[in-house]
Design a binder for this molecule. Structure first.
Ligand code: MN
Length: 194
């Protein structure tokens, strides 16, 4: 059972000017595709050959884990994004959970940006729902993903340099703060509702 590159949930220029079509060409068309190609090269003849992607992530380590988790993380990331919108913000139960955890949406964005800036090297910054139902921010390194923990991923930002270097060069904080225009809060709220 070969894994496939899932379709993007938007046109490749839909995120402009925040994220360019050129970034999508490389990030989705090259990086994301390469994780799929590599996983398909690694699993034949192993216990993972006919396993669903999420099961591979929970059971594998090494290169199989890295490529499987990067496929999943990127698909999740694309679904966290949509065309730029002014006054883009969560509402309802999700907004209340963010207010309860961080003291307000602006404070949440500031703390998320600080965590993303301090995520050393390559990785991901996540908003998660913890087992007690509250929300929190976690960083993972390289291919790390909350799927291997008890936390439920709600929102992620890819902080690997390949996610922002074409559009923002080395300025990761500028990329992260610009991304709030693109956040698909409907997707995040659906994840929060479970
Ligand atoms: Mn990436």
């Amino acid at each position: 059972m070969a894994h496939e590159l899932p379709p993007l949930p938007f046109e490749k220029n839909a995120l402009e000017p925040v994220i360019s079509a050129e970034t999508i060409d490389y990030h989705y068309g090259k990086h994301h595709q390469t994780y799929v190609t590599k996983l398909n090269g690694l699993v034949p003849g192993t216990e993972f050959e006919n396993m669903a992607l999420e099961d591979i992530i929970r059971k594998a380590d090494g290169g199989v884990f890295n490529n499987a988790a990067q496929i999943w993380n990127h698909t999740f990331y694309w679904h966290c994004l949509r065309a730029p919108a002014a006054d883009n913000a969560p509402d309802g139960d999700l907004a209340k959970a963010i207010d309860d955890a961080f003291g307000g949406f602006d404070q949440f964005k500031e703390q998320f940006g600080t965590q993303a800036a301090n995520n050393f090297g390559s990785g991901w910054t996540w908003l998660v729902k913890k087992p007690d139902g509250s929300v929190g921010i976690v960083n993972t390194s390289n291919a790390g993903t909350p799927l291997t923990t008890k936390d439920v991923p709600l929102l992620t930002v890819d902080v690997w340099e390949h996610a922002y270097y074409i559009d923002y060069r080395n300025a990761r904080p500028d990329y992260v703060s610009a991304l709030w225009q693109l956040t698909n809060w409907d997707f995040v709220a659906k994840n929060f509702a479970g």
